[in-house]
Design a protein around this ligand. Structure first.
Ligand code: SF4
Length: 290
């Protein structure tokens, strides 16, 4: 497990180690809806009868405890400078998948999940872009006794009702920076919704694994880390640990392929010394840090 701690899940997915731990990939095993016109599709998307999915896989020790089925939903409202998967940004680039097919897939693996302490994780893109599909799949998973995990920036937390939060066991919450100004520079979006969603999760008694991506020259200042730590403190006992994820350049080819100007073209991975300093800063606030 610790072997994976210095890299993000996104980065990991491009690595050989990850491939060797992955049983499935792409969209194998799902039949896409056919014959739906645009209006039918929009309606089915709204109700959650279908979701647009980038890919899915079965993995271990990446997106939550145990062996997990991770489903990467397409669509993301953020534009993080360090995004490793810009190919997930547009929802329409995903494949429509029936909710029933997704639930059947969860049912198929439920014994594996239970025997390994694993479960289902929805990631992205931004998993909250399609709240009806994801929350209905989570509800079905909870009915089966399967552990549920939402990997999100929290930016669209307002789309989740308290009932929908009830079906989340664990949230991998990205706190991408600690002030509105820095958060906007990193993501193009606002920070307040992430804080608000984290606090709602905490109030509901949910568990949070905070993720912080460390990019030299962008997110690494002592002030920024301090502000992130102070935000995490407002989540109280909900925070089980903080993952400090070192930036890598494994996503660079995708930016080039998509012909999107890449702001971190020349950025470096953090040194061991820098990572240690940041981890110690979080630890000084009493957090368990990986
Ligand atoms: S939240 Fe940021 S890192 Fe994640 S998919 Fe969206 S743009 Fe990429």
């Amino acid at each position: 497990m610790t072997a994976f701690r210095s890299t993000t899940a996104h980065m990991l997915r491009d690595s050989k180690e990850y491939v060797s731990q992955t049983l499935m990939g792409g969209l194998s095993g799902f039949e896409s809806p056919i014959g739906l016109d645009r209006r039918d599709r929009l309606n089915a998307l709204r109700t959650g009868d279908i979701g647009f999915v980038h890919s899915w896989d079965i993995n271990t020790s990446v997106d939550g405890p145990g062996t997990r089925m991770t489903v990467f939903m397409s669509g993301c409202p953020l534009r993080c400078q360090y995004c490793q998967n810009p190919d997930t940004w547009k929802m329409r680039d995903g494949q429509p998948v029936y909710l029933d097919a997704m639930i059947a897939k969860i049912a198929r693996y439920q014994d594996l999940f239970k025997s390994t302490g694993g479960g289902i994780t929805f990631s992205g893109g931004e998993s909250m872009m399609q709240p009806a599909f994801v929350s209905r799949a989570f509800h079905a998973a909870k009915d089966m006794g399967v552990h549920t995990c939402l990997d999100t920036s929290g930016f669209l937390g307002h789309t989740y009702t308290d009932e929908m939060i009830d079906d989340i066991d664990l949230c991998l919450l990205d706190v991408k920076s600690g002030s509105e100004e820095k958060y906007h520079e990193v993501t193009g979006a606002t920070l307040a919704p992430t804080i608000e969603f984290g606090q709602r999760l905490a109030k509901a008694g949910k568990k949070i694994w905070v993720r912080f991506v460390l990019v030299p020259g962008l997110t690494d200042s002592e002030e920024n880390v301090e502000q992130v730590a102070q935000i995490c403190e407002t989540f109280g006992q909900a925070v089980e640990h903080i993952d400090v994820l070192g930036f890598h350049q494994l996503g660079r080819p995708k930016w080039r392929e998509l012909r999107i100007p890449y702001p971190l073209e020349d950025a470096k991975s953090p040194s061991a010394q820098l990572k240690k300093r940041v981890m110690q800063q979080f630890e000084s606030h009493g957090f368990v840090v990986y």
